[in-house]
Design a protein around this ligand. Structure first.
Ligand SMILES: Cc1cc2nc3c(=O)[nH]c(=O)nc-3n(C[C@H](O)[C@H](O)[C@H](O)COP(=O)(O)OP(=O)(O)OC[C@H]3O[C@@H](n4cnc5c(N)ncnc54)[C@H](O)[C@@H]3O)c2cc1C
Length: 532
């Protein structure tokens, strides 16, 4: 099985329609595409945000910081307020504080509290719903991007570290932390909400590898959050979602030795899609922890629909070839192309991020140093597979994808099934707030577009997501908070399931006045208990 010479490893980055660096941001298309939640006010009082702190107050804040405060009059403001998703209408923050220390973060939180200015943390800016932006103060952690090896099996990671920099820094020391695919995602946002990636069945979710954090709480304290200090908050920060409990400035995380990796990709004709997905759902639950695999069904516009099964094996190529063979035999249909081969760890991570031919410096977003990666315009909906689906449900999913492919050929639309199980599933609920450890797979439906796509096609993509949510995904199966979805109605239960009650208790204890509030933040109970 070696007949694809150059494997386009997972190619996740390509699934997001790249948004040209020179796009007129804030233009007609972007304004028209903003999800409704981004237009909701985050204000907690009727006073306009701009009036809550005077120009002199903002100057005093700027003077007190080691880092830099960007104001609306700053020349870099237009770029500094952008998030990764080019479909989000940019907010109008009164200040963007590029914090250079924990004390800077504490000063910003104190300023927000004192002046009743809405405050939000931003690390990588990849929130799907734009919850790391507001019209008040954005506490930007991108300057806190250090990676220090603490001891033989842990590292201290700055909140704003980009995933590719984390992988690179640790790989030089022969270590790794299981993370996610996209190079420019910020560590804090990923880790606080979960963190599913190609090494998760072997080493667990990122959140479950958090050993301790330093977090600036709503009252401005710099908390050491560890098993012997605020243990309930530590539990909540393992999967309870970014933005809820304070601003985390660093994480001590467990690391693992880098070992041999092997990769595979199989392509199938669309006619085999039903059989491939059904077989994949039954097969993946019986595989060793060493295997992670994904089943991707995608519309590539005029190029039609395709089916790809790919994955990563922590071990030798020969052993992976046997495992892949077992899938093809169970299926009974031959792939149209296949690849199985070995790969260096860091190169595999770069490949996954769509950076295989780029230098490390170029594998960052445009505007971040010498970065060349484009932002993307997309919308998404997530769910979980808790047990293999019925034939009828798979048929409904495939038919809906085929329909959107026909109706909106300009969109890139896909349904991605990412395997869970393995080490992910062996986590005690007392360890972590993450609520979907028992899932067989996570699902993400996305549609992405370019500057040339028409509003009608984009609306067709949105309608497809709505239709999937109503007729294919089951709300009781849950949703992934890191694919945060402003259109979800029962979002609290969907993201957090059995962890809701305790999360509300922790939130109420550490942020009783709901300073860290956004449209889908964990609510505060009116009566509170002592912090955990
Ligand atoms: C292209 C792309 C690929 C992705 N691939 C994966 C993947 O492979 N696996 C996966 O699990 N997820 C993936 N994600 C989802 C990603 O994990 C989430 O979007 C995550 O929240 C992004 O973190 P961020 O720091 O970049 O985002 P931000 O927008 O900065 O933050 C996200 C949320 O966390 C809060 N937050 C940020 N920093 C802090 C902090 N220091 N302290 C407290 N709260 C904070 C923000 O206020 C916001 O609510 C992907 C997203 C994109 C856009």
């Amino acid at each position: 099985m070696h007949d694809v010479p150059r494997r386009d490893f997972l190619a996740r980055a390509l699934r997001w329609g790249a948004w040209g660096a020179g796009t007129a941001l804030g233009g007609v298309l972007l304004e028209g595409c903003a999800p409704s939640s981004t237009k909701r006010p985050v204000a907690t009082t009727s006073l306009a945000v701009a009036e809550r702190a005077s120009a002199a107050d903002w100057r005093r804040l700027a003077a007190s910081l080691r880092g830099v405060l960007v104001r609306p009059s700053s020349p870099s403001y237009a770029r500094d307020r952008l998030l990764f998703d080019a479909a989000l209408a940019p907010r109008r923050p009164q200040g963007i504080a590029y914090c250079a220390s924990n004390d800077d973060v504490a000063r910003c939180v104190a300023f927000a509290r004192e002046h009743a200015v809405p405050v939000t943390a931003r690390s990588g800016g990849h929130s799907y719903a734009g919850y790391s932006a507001n019209d008040g103060l954005i506490v930007d952690l991108s300057r806190l991007h250090s990676v220090d090896v603490v001891d033989s099996d842990s590292a201290l990671v700055g909140a704003g570290t980009r995933l590719i920099d984390l992988y690179d820094s640790l790989a030089k020391r022969g270590r790794l932390v299981p993370g996610g695919s996209c190079a420019s995602v910020g560590f804090a946002g990923l880790a606080l909400g979960g963190g599913i990636g190609v090494l998760a069945r072997r080493y667990g979710l990122t959140c479950d590898n958090i050993l301790e954090t330093t977090t600036v709480s709503a009252d401005g304290s710099q908390l050491r959050v560890a098993p012997d200090s605020h243990p309930d908050l530590l539990w909540a920060q393992r999967g309870g979602g970014g933005g809820n409990f304070g601003v985390t400035t660093s994480f001590r995380v467990r690391t693992y030795p880098v070992g041999p990796l092997a990769l595979f990709t199989l392509h199938f004709a669309w006619e085999a899609a039903q059989e491939v997905l059904m077989t994949w759902m039954h097969w993946i639950g019986h595989q060793a922890d060493e295997l992670w695999a994904n089943c991707l069904l995608q519309s590539e516009g005029l190029d039609g629909l395709n089916v790809e099964v790919s994955g990563v094996w922590c071990g030798s190529v020969n052993d992976l070839a046997t495992v892949v063979d077992s899938f093809v035999r169970a299926l009974g249909t031959k792939p149209t192309s296949s690849f199985v081969g070995g790969e260096d760890y860091l190169h595999a991570m770069a490949d996954e991020a769509g950076c295989s031919s780029l230098s490390l410096a170029a594998c960052h977003l445009v505007g971040d140093g010498a970065g060349t990666l484009s932002r993307a315009a997309f919308r998404a909906k997530s769910s979980y597979v808790v047990a293999p689906w019925s034939d009828a449900r798979v048929t409904r999913a495939l038919n809906s994808l085929a329909l959107v492919s026909r109706r909106a050929p300009d969109l890139g639309a896909s349904l991605a099934f990412d395997s869970y199980g393995g080490a992910i599933s062996r986590v005690d609920p007392a360890h972590s707030a993450f609520a979907h450890h028992d899932a067989l797979a996570g699902i993400q439906a996305t549609h992405s577009w370019s500057t040339f796509s028409s509003p009608t096609q984009i609306a067709t993509g949105d309608e497809w997501l709505r239709e999937l949510g109503a007729n294919v995904f089951e709300s009781r199966d849950g949703a992934y908070v890191n694919y945060i979805d402003p259109t979800l109605e029962d979002w609290l239960d969907a993201y957090y399931g059995a962890s809701v009650a305790k999360l509300v208790r922790v939130k109420s204890a550490v942020d009783p006045d709901d300073l860290f509030h956004f449209a889908q933040s964990i609510p505060v109970k009116s009566t509170t208990s002592a912090p955990g």
